[in-house]
Each structure stands twice: as C-alpha cells, then as structure tokens.
Design a binder for this molecule. Structure first.
Ligand code: DQA
Length: 138
C-alpha cells in the first residue's frame, strides 16, 4: 500500500503557526511517528505553498499510488484548479483538516475539493491524518 500525504500552504509552519488552533508539534516530528504507527504502509510526505506545485504532485502520483491524503489548507476554499486535478486522476483522495473548519469562519465552510474526494476528516488535530490513513488501510 503506497500512500502520500500532501500538505498545502502554511502547513510547513506547523508547531509554530497559531498553536491554539494547530498545536505545537511540527509535521516532521509527527510524520516520524506516523511512519512507525503504519510501518506496513509505504508513506510519503510532500508540502508546498504553491498551488501549481501541489497540482504537479497530484498528477505525478495520481495514477500509481493507492491513496492521497490531502490537506490543501486555504486552497481548499479557493482552488477550482486543485478540484479539477483531483477529478482528473485515478487515485482516491481523502480531504483532511486539522481544525474543524465548520466551527470556524464562514469562508472555511466551503470546500471546492469536497465533491471530488472519497471522504473528509476534519477537526481531530493531527490525528486527522491517522484517521485518513486508517480509512485506506482498513
Ligand atoms: C486547515 C484549515 C484551513 O481553513 C486553513 O486555511 C489551513 C489549515 C486545517 O488543517 O485545519 O491552512 O486546512
């Protein structure tokens, strides 16, 4: 089973960024733990702040990997291009958010990508990523 976590803009600052919303753990530290927790899975990680690079990565993995766990961050609420990229590929995508986007500002309630994904996990902190991986493994 080959899965990739793709994180969008500002998620490189996890651990430092708005810790009351996103916690104090860096994604690199969390990712090490994830790899240990799911040692049976080939798990990769990619992050970019640039919309086109996220789309390039979705295209690159989208016909050969078993799953994509995508936190498109703010692009979730703005990007028709990422929504189209998800529609264009064969690999199933699970949309993930660390925070519960529906308990936050109204502009976070709209997800352009939601209609094209397999499912959505939002609001469980970094554990949202564990749950997304489990959805592919089990
Ligand atoms: C986020 C929620 C988005 O609204 C926000 O723009 C992010 C992170 C989350 O993981 O909770 O950058 O996707």
């Amino acid at each position: 089973m080959k899965l990739i976590i793709i994180n969008g803009p500002n998620l490189n600052l996890l651990g430092k960024r708005e810790p009351t919303v996103y916690g104090t753990t860096t994604f690199e530290d969390y990712f090490k733990q994830l790899k240990e927790d799911f040692s049976e899975v080939t798990l990769e990680y990619y992050q970019s702040n640039i919309e086109g690079k996220l789309i390039d990565k979705i295209h690159e993995v989208g016909f050969s990997y078993d799953g994509i766990i995508l936190n498109a961050a703010a692009y979730t609420h703005t990007s028709i291009a990422i929504a189209d990229a998800i529609k264009a590929i064969e690999t199933p995508v699970v949309e993930v958010h660390i925070s519960n986007v529906h308990s936050r500002e109204k502009f976070r309630h709209l997800s352009y990508i939601a209609p094209n994904v397999k499912g959505i996990i939002s609001g469980f902190g970094l554990k949202s990523y564990n749950l997304a991986i489990e959805s592919f493994v089990n």
